[in-house]
Write a new protein. Structure first.
Length: 500
C-alpha cells in the first residue's frame, strides 16, 4: 500500500482535502512508494492562520523558553539522525553517509539557534542628552515562510526555521514535493520537544501552495532556495506583495587551478566537489578552469579518480554516489553530455548509458567529464545539477578571472595554488559570495552567512549566521527621557530638540 504524506497544521497531521496528490519515487528503483497531498489555497490559509494565532503568544515567550525547546529538539534530532538519513536516501537517493552529513550540517544551524540570545542583544546609549537614553532592539516579524528544494530536504529547512522560531517568529514550510517525508519527521520531533502548536507548520504542494504563500497578507517574509528562474520569480512576486525576501538561486561554481597548484590535491578536490551528492547541490564545482600547460595532466588525474567512483543504491554501504532524483532530471542531465561534442567539447567520460544490475529502472547516470569546453556550450552556460564536470582552458590568471567574472552566476568559487599573493588577489577580485582557497566547496560554518552574488541571490540578506538573525527580525530604536525628580518642569519648547 502506498504511503501518504499529509500536511502538519496547528501541531497535528492534517489530511489533504484537495484530492490531488503527487508521486514520490524511490530513485534507486523508479518505484512510486509514496503519495504526497497537494494543498489548496484554503489549506495554506489554515496553516498561516495557525501560525498567526501561535505568534500572538510565541512572540512574548522568553528567550530561555525558546532556547530550551531548541536544545531538546537538537537532542532528539541527534537521536534520530539515522532514521532521518534513511528517509532522505529512500526519497532523494543519496547514499546514507551523505544523508548523515546533511543532517549534521543542519544541526550546526540548530546549535546557532540555541545560542541566539547573544545575537538578539540590543544596544544602549545613556545620557545622549540630559536624562535621555537611546536603545536599539530587534523584534520578530510574525509569520514567515520557507520554500525549500529537493536536494537537501533536511538541511535547507534547518537553515531557516531554527533561527526564525528562536527569534520569536512562527513558521510555515513548503518543502519539495519530491521528497517530503523528512519535513513531517522534523515537525513530529519539534512537537515532542515542546514547541507550542502552530509555531511550525508544513504544507505540501505545487505552484498553488507557493503562490498563496507569496501573496498571503499575513506572511511577512519568505526564504527560498532553488533554481535561478524560480528564485527571481519568488523575489519579484513576494516583494510586490510587501514581503521581505531572501531567494537563493542557481550556480555555476568555478575552480581556478594555477600552474603551481598541487595537482593531485586539485584533482581529488575536483572529483569530490563535482560528483559528491551526484552533483545535485548548488555548491558543486561544475567548471574547472585550468591555467597554462597543466590542463592535460589535471584532466587525466581527474579521469583516473572519477572512473573509480562506486555508483549504486544509497542503501548499499559500498556506494559512493546514488541515482538522480527523477527520471526526467536524469534525462535532462544526460542531454548536456550527449550534445557536448557537437558544441566543440571533448567528451573524456560519458556516463549517460550507466545502469546498475538489479536496479535497471532506477534513475541512474554515470560520471561524465567534458574537456576543452567552449564558453558558448550549453554544458557551460547552464546549471546542470548532475554529475557532469566541465574543464575550460585558459592561458593566464587574468584570463581565468575574467572568464569566471563574466558568468551570470556568483554563488561559490575556489582557487588552487601555492601562491599566497595570487590567492589573496583572487579572493578580492572574484565576483562571488563564497570563496575557497584550496577548499573546493566553501560552504560557511553556521555562524557565518551563506549566499552568493549576481543571479545566485535575490534579496539583501544571505541565509543563516548574522544575516539570518537580521532577516527574521526588524530593528526598533527607543528614545527615553525620565526626568530627575529634583528637576523643575521644563515648560513648552517649540524649538528643534537639543542634544547638548
Amino acid at each position: 500500500m502506498t504511503k501518504t504524506v499529509n500536511h502538519w497544521i496547528g501541531g497535528k497531521t492534517a489530511e489533504g482535502a484537495s484530492g490531488t496528490y503527487g508521486p514520490v519515487t524511490d530513485p534507486a528503483t523508479g518505484e512510486v512508494t509514496t503519495q504526497v497531498a497537494f494543498a489548496t489555497v484554503a489549506e495554506v490559509d489554515a496553516a498561516v492562520a495557525a501560525a498567526k494565532d501561535a505568534f500572538a503568544t510565541w512572540r512574548h515567550s522568553s528567550l530561555a523558553q525558546r532556547t530550551s525547546i531548541l536544545f531538546t529538539f537538537r537532542a532528539l534530532l541527534d537521536q534520530h539522525r539515522d532514521e532521518i538519513a534513511a528517509l532522505i536516501t529512500a526519497e532523494h537517493g543519496k547514499v546514507h553517509s551523505d544523508a548523515l552529513g546533511e543532517v549534521a550540517r543542519g544541526l550546526e544551524i540548530v546549535d546557532l539557534a540555541c545560542g541566539i540570545t547573544v545575537q538578539l542583544k540590543g544596544e544602549l546609549s545613556t545620557q545622549v542628552a540630559t536624562n535621555v537614553d537611546v536603545a536599539s532592539i530587534r523584534q520578530p516579524l510574525g509569520v514567515v515562510a520557507g520554500i525549500t528544494p529537493f536536494n537537501f530536504p533536511a538541511m535547507v529547512p534547518m537553515w531557516m526555521f531554527p533561527i526564525a522560531v528562536a527569534c520569536g517568529n512562527t513558521f510555515v514550510l513548503k518543502p519539495s514535493e519530491k521528497d517530503p517525508s523528512v519535513s513531517l519527521k522534523i515537525a513530529e520531533l519539534l512537537a515532542e520537544a515542546g514547541l507550542p502548536d502552530g509555531v511550525f507548520n508544513v504544507v505540501h504542494g505545487d505552484k498553488v501552495a507557493v503562490d498563496r504563500l507569496l501573496e498571503h497578507p499575513d506572511v511577512q517574509a519568505v526564504s527560498f532556495v532553488g533554481s535561478t528562474p524560480i528564485a527571481r520569480y519568488i523575489h519579484t512576486t513576494a516583494s510586490a506583495h510587501g514581503k521581505r525576501v531572501q531567494a537563493l538561486g542557481g550556480a555555476k561554481n568555478h575552480m581556478l587551478v594555477l600552474p603551481d597548484a598541487d595537482l593531485d590535491a586539485a584533482a581529488d578536490a575536483a572529483v569530490s566537489a563535482a560528483y559528491g551528492s551526484a552533483g545535485e547541490r548548488c555548491m558543486a564545482i561544475s567548471a574547472v578552469v585550468a591555467v597554462g600547460a597543466i590542463g592535460d595532466e589535471l584532466v587525466e588525474k581527474i579521469r583516473e579518480r572519477a572512473e573509480k567512483i562506486k555508483i549504486g543504491p544509497g542503501t548499499d554501504p559500498a556506494s559512493e554516489m546514488g541515482p538522480l532524483i527523477t527520471a526526467a532530471h536524469r534525462d535532462k542531465v544526460a542531454s548536456y553530455v550527449s550534445g557536448a561534442a557537437a558544441e566543440g567539447a571533448e567528451v573524456v567520460l560519458d556516463g549517460t548509458g550507466y545502469t546498475v544490475e538489479g536496479y535497471e529502472d532506477g534513475h541512474w547516470i554515470g560520471i561524465s567529464l567534458l574537456d576543452k569546453v567552449p564558453v558558448t556550450a550549453k554544458a557551460y552556460q547552464e546549471e546542470i545539477f548532475g554529475p557532469v564536470l566541465t574543464v575550460l582552458r585558459v592561458d593566464s590568471y587574468d584570463e581565468g578571472i575574467a572568464l569566471i567574472n563574466a558568468s551570470p552566476f556568483g554563488n561559490g568559487t575556489a582557487i588552487f595554488t601555492r601562491d599566497g599573493g595570487a590567492a589573496r588577489r583572487f579572493q578580492l577580485e572574484v565576483e562571488a559570495g563564497m570563496v575557497g582557497v584550496n577548499v573546493p566547496i566553501p560552504v560557511p560554518v553556521g555562524y557565518h552567512s551563506f549566499g552568493g552574488w549576481k543571479d545566485s541571490l535575490f534579496g539583501d540578506h544571505h541565509i543563516y549566521g548574522n544575516d539570518g538573525t537580521h532577516f527574521y527580525t526588524r530593528g526598533k530604536v527607543v528614545t527615553t527621557r525620565w526626568p530627575d525628580p529634583a528637576d523643575a518642569p521644563a515648560g513648552v519648547d517649540l524649538g528643534f530638540p537639543r542634544n547638548h
